[in-house]
Design a protein around this ligand. Structure first.
Ligand SMILES: *Cc1c(COP(=O)(O)O)cnc(C)c1O
Length: 377
């Protein structure tokens, strides 16, 4: 089956007495054993639940993994994945990471004895310089958030494996519709399902997809031990979102490209970061390893006053955190995602008081452009 069809039919094992087309929402914490010596597929919903399991099989299939586990947020999925790394082991991670992952690494995992180095992983030589005898994991986001730096997944997977380390890729930005890190050599793929997979800003979710049986079994052990699984109703919502993932991504990418091109022509916009612009440093690599560029754009405007004016006066774009939904959103990374990052560090990489991040939605592109045009002119 091709991707669009898999989004609807990857797990057609729905067998119940009513013949439901959709996996029924199985709102039960526990399940009745069929007999004392009889194996039952379900016993307790922290271990497994039919609604969640259906979604997990769909995601495993879309990412080409051995198995997948669904959690109540992206951060839970990342937390569980980090349980596979032990104290005194060393991790090399992208420096331009999702703020929550950065907080987990710096304030939880480090306290528990895991060592970290953060580098621009789009530059493989910088990664090589950080390798230590105890390096056990390379952790990347590509394109990165919010600077859209692009890492060559195949190249970095080869490097990781040559030193006996694992590669984790947070694939939230491009989704499995555009990018399949496991095929390119990654060992674990992570997602905030809250974003494009769910797609409607109505539920939090996270996924861990493991390439091998061995990694899946380890992840399942920590998952059932820690908890934080996705609830049945939320699993239903994310499953429903996935059915339209390809057509949403097509529209979003089309809109984002047109918007990025238009932003480049406006003299009050000083910089446009979009992986799909031919002059973005990572453009050729995304073209090689992915099938689309997605909907995330960052801009630097001419003054902090203009940045604030945009946030105040937009009518169709909404000033809100998060990304990946059908509605277009703008955030102010300085005040939101990067509020915890010291000012000097953040300004060094370009996240200043003129920097805004846009998540493009599925509205009509003319309405989106006119919304900004009215403020910029
Ligand atoms: C939002 C996000 C996360 C965290 O996911 P939650 O569902 O908010 O917990 C992780 N990685 C990326 C790239 C994200 O955008």
């Amino acid at each position: 089956m091709k991707f669009e069809t898999l989004c609807l039919h990857a797990d057609n094992n729905i067998k119940d007495e009513w013949g439901t087309l959709n996996q029924a929402i199985c709102q039960s914490a526990t399940f009745v054993h069929k007999g004392v010596d009889v194996d039952s597929p379900y016993s307790y919903s922290r271990l497994s639940n039919p609604t969640r399991r259906h979604l997990e099989r769909t995601i495993a299939s879309l990412e080409g993994g051995y198995d997948a586990y669904a959690f109540s947020s992206g951060m839970t999925a990342i937390t569980v994945a980090m349980m596979l790394i032990n104290p005194k082991e060393h991790v090399i991670a992208t420096d331009d990471l999702y703020g929550g992952a950065l907080r987990l690494f710096n304030h939880v995992n480090k306290n528990n004895g895991i060592e970290f180095d953060f580098v621009d992983t789009s530059n493989i030589d910088l990664v090589k310089e950080k390798i230590k005898p105890n390096t056990k994991l390379i952790y990347i986001e590509t394109p990165s958030n919010p600077l859209m730096q692009v890492t060559d997944i195949k190249e970095i997977a080869n490097l990781a494996h040559s030193i006996g380390a694992l590669l984790y890729v947070d694939n939230t930005f491009l989704t499995p519709y555009y990018q399949n890190p496991l095929e390119l050599g990654a060992d674990i793929v992570l997602h905030s399902g809250t974003k494009y997979l769910g797609g409607h800003n109505d539920a939090l979710a996270g996924f861990l997809v493991a390439k091998t049986k061995e990694l899946a079994e380890k992840a399942l052990f920590y998952s059932k031990t820690i908890g934080g699984q996705l609830a049945p109703f939320d699993a239903f919502l994310i499953e429903r979102g996935i059915k339209t993932l390809p057509i949403r991504m097509d529209r979003i990418t089309d809109n984002a490209y047109k918007l990025a091109k238009w932003l480049k022509t406006n003299n009050k916009i000083k910089k446009v970061y979009y992986a799909g612009l031919e002059d973005n440093p990572g453009y050729e690599i995304v073209k090689k390893q992915a099938r689309g560029f997605g909907g995330m754009i960052s801009i630097e405007v001419e003054s902090p006053e203009l940045a604030k004016k945009i946030l105040k006066e937009v009518k169709i774009f909404q000033y809100a955190e998060s990304l990946g939904g059908v509605e277009s959103l703008i955030t102010y990374p300085m005040l939101q995602t990067h509020a915890d990052v010291p000012k000097e560090e953040r300004e060094k990489i370009g996240i200043n008081d003129r920097f805004l991040r846009i998540s493009v939605g599925i509205e009509n592109i003319d309405d989106l452009i006119n919304d900004l045009k009215a403020i910029l002119e």
